[in-house]
Design a protein around this ligand. Structure first.
Ligand SMILES: NC(=O)c1ccc[n+]([C@@H]2O[C@H](COP(=O)([O-])OP(=O)(O)OC[C@H]3O[C@@H](n4cnc5c(N)ncnc54)[C@H](OP(=O)(O)O)[C@@H]3O)[C@@H](O)[C@H]2O)c1
Length: 279
């Protein structure tokens, strides 16, 4: 069944749910009356109903009963209680998507009495500007079309890849999950360089952010290997090669690899701690 003929139920109507709802509606993937939101905050539900014209519900279980696709968007620490409360409304007719960071498929399925079609997703904060990077992985009973449906939703807020194994989500957390913070730091540092060269802070920030976005777009849109793009803008004895030499001396590549590795390892540790807490 296409998304336009399904009802999506959001459990938790916070920042991520808002970004996803806005994108799904903007993309015309389904009409507002086919989106239902549940949250503990009544005023938040009123706000979203007013803004998007969607349906709301104070009762998570009732929202789930009305939904064909259930998207859990509460904080990870609320997931156990929410699953406990709502599991009786879940069955194999529904596609269940969770974006709760670090909550494994085994936890998501442990609360339900029957096998469920679960998709676990790891989006990043850039979904707020429809430039998110999301990876998804299906549980043992998820169908190909369930992953395609989830990918359609996350492609509406950026780009989405499908992973073959759940453990790879730790690396996704280390790369694109935590990655926006690394890039914010890079932008700030580039702007500092511009300020040192005499630009105002505002001028330097705009140029730094636009440069990062432009370079990323060039890579994504051309599909060209970044090393080739770099070579294209590096003229003999020019300014760029002088800067690249400085970056190599500072160990930029190893530093970024270390950063992704450190965050991946931390995600692994937190996942292991969450697994122990489940037992
Ligand atoms: N933000 C990101 O960049 C990002 C990236 C990747 C994954 N995620 C995941 O996305 C999920 C949502 O994150 P978020 O930033 O959107 O969080 P959020 O803004 O705090 O939204 C969660 C919403 O759920 C509500 N809620 C709490 N307990 C509930 C319950 N029992 N039943 C129904 N609603 C309940 C919260 O209300 P209260 O505020 O009153 O608690 C809040 O409105 C998290 O699991 C997070 O790990 C987020």
């Amino acid at each position: 069944m296409a998304l336009e003929n399904m009802t999506i139920g959001f459990i938790g109507a916070g920042n991520m749910a808002e970004a996803l709802i806005g994108a799904v509606l903007d993309a015309g993937l389904c009409p507002p009356n086919r989106v239902i939101c549940a949250d503990v905050r009544a005023e938040r539900l009123r706000e979203l109903a007013q803004r998007f014209g969607l349906r709301t519900c104070a009762d998570n279980l009732e929202a789930i009963r009305q939904a064909d696709v259930v998207l859990y968007a509460v904080k990870p620490q609320s997931m156990a209680a929410v699953l406990q409360e709502t599991a009786k409304g879940l069955d194999s007719s529904k596609v269940i998507i969770s974006i709760a960071a670090g909550v494994p498929l085994s936890t998501l399925s442990a609360y339900a009495p029957q096998p469920l079609r679960i998709v676990r997703a790891m989006p990043n904060v850039c979904v707020a500007v429809k430039a998110g990077a999301t990876a998804i992985v299906g549980g043992p009973h998820a169908r190909k079309e369930d992953l395609a449906l989830a990918a359609t939703i996350f492609n509406a807020v950026g780009r989405c890849i499908v992973l073959s194994a759940e453990h790879l989500l730790d690396g996704v957390t280390g790369l694109s999950g935590s990655g926006p913070a690394y890039v914010f730091m890079v932008i700030e540092a580039l702007a500092d360089g511009g300020v040192k060269a005499g630009l105002t802070r505002a001028e330097a920030l705009l140029l730094a952010s636009q440069t990062v976005m432009g370079a990323a777009r060039m890579q994504l849109e051309t599909g060209t290997h970044p090393a080739q793009l770099k070579d294209m803008v590096t003229s003999p004895a020019g300014t760029t090669i002088a800067a690249l030499h400085a970056l190599e001396k500072g160990g930029l590549r190893a530093l970024l690899i270390d950063a992704v590795e450190a965050a991946t390892e931390r995600a692994r540790q937190l996942g292991a701690m969450a697994g122990k807490a489940d037992k």
